[in-house]
Design a protein. Structure first.
Length: 342
């Protein structure tokens, strides 16, 4: 299949493209490189032993998207492109709505104009907001509590309305939890621009010496060790979920929603201890106040994804830590080869 991947140079996009190429699909990647590096796709092609087409373009530019679709001949789209930092979305809501929501509208219009109506959408567990029901199921109450999460929730609603207006659309909404880890080769992984917003990349950067200490937000939650518990999923498992959804859509129209998570959780201190074991180094940390809106526990119920897609998370926490450490150790400055050389 000819698959167009937006945000293809990013963390999850690059790992998914690698699996698409390995599965024999033809890939066109689109990225504005605002929060990613072209180096990731160069390495993906080397790992896969196959080439891909690349367009540096922004989804907020309708004319650029039209040119991309005219050149790609795409049959399906996997849509990762979007801004994704919760805190930043609170301080820059207009930027988030413009990029994520307006950008997706542009993408859908370009798809429709070029007769492409199969889409796998990168959604997020943030659409559930502060729902106390655990584990979270696809029919759990939605209620995103920040602009980032609301953009994901609004896009899900837009996609549902689009499919209701035209039954030819085949849409998958993948709500995933906490992607971590890296490709086992250590060649591609997570490379945030600036200070990481998530736990795992911050831990890896402390371990490799790029940062001095980790702040653990909240040590008084009603959990076994007082720190928050989250559902972590290896990025390789997550990428496989996108391919499974794409295969599912090939035979089915409609809107289909799945949680992608492991169904089990680990506390912040458990993550630190597991990573210390993998890296054979201490991770200094200090306890800080809880962040507003953080839930004590967030877990997926992945039953539906296994039932419908035959998909389940297979990688262990030990593998997540080992692969993340291998990536960071091999690439202490991420994809910035020139920075490492200097």
């Amino acid at each position: 299949m000819k698959v167009l991947v937006t945000g293809g140079a990013g963390y999850i996009g690059s790992h998914t493209i690698l699996q698409l190429l390995e599965a024999g699909h033809h890939v066109t990647a689109v990225d504005n490189l605002s929060n990613s590096q072209m180096e990731s796709l160069l390495r993906v092609q080397k790992l896969a032993g196959r080439s891909l087409a690349f367009h540096e373009a922004d989804i907020t530019d309708p004319a650029a998207l039209d040119r991309v679709f005219a050149a790609a001949g795409a049959e399906a789209v996997i849509h990762f492109a979007g801004l994704k930092a919760v805190g930043e979305s609170v301080s820059q809501p207009l930027r988030y709505y413009r990029n994520n929501v307006t950008g997706t509208l542009n993408l859908l219009e370009a798809m429709d104009a070029h007769d492409v109506r199969t889409l796998v959408f990168s959604s997020s567990a943030t659409v559930y907001g502060s729902n106390p029901q655990m584990p979270l199921k696809e029919d759990s109450r939605l209620g995103a509590t920040n602009p980032y999460g609301r953009t994901k929730q609004q896009i899900e609603e837009i996609l549902t309305d689009v499919q209701a207006s035209d039954g030819r659309w085949r849409l998958a909404l993948l709500r995933y939890f906490n992607p971590v880890g890296a490709h086992p080769s250590g060649q591609i992984g997570e490379d945030p621009q600036g200070p990481p917003n998530n736990l795992f990349p911050y831990v890896t950067q402390v371990a490799v010496g790029r940062r001095d200490m980790l702040n653990v937000f909240g040590g008084d939650y009603p959990t076994s060790d007082g720190t928050g518990i989250r559902d972590y999923i290896h990025v390789m498992d997550l990428a496989a979920g996108h391919l499974a959804a794409l295969d599912y859509l090939a035979a089915r129209e409609g809107v289909h929603t799945w949680n992608l998570g492991s169904g089990s959780g680990h506390s912040v201190l458990e993550i630190i201890r597991a990573f210390e074991k993998a890296a054979q180094t201490a991770i200094p940390y200090s306890l800080a106040e809880r962040r507003p809106g953080d839930a004590p526990v967030s877990l997926a119920d992945p039953t539906a994804a296994f039932r419908d897609l035959g998909w389940k998370a297979a990688e262990t926490l030990e593998n997540m830590c080992a692969d993340a450490w291998r990536w960071q150790q091999n690439n202490p400055n991420g994809y910035r080869v020139e920075a490492a050389a200097s």
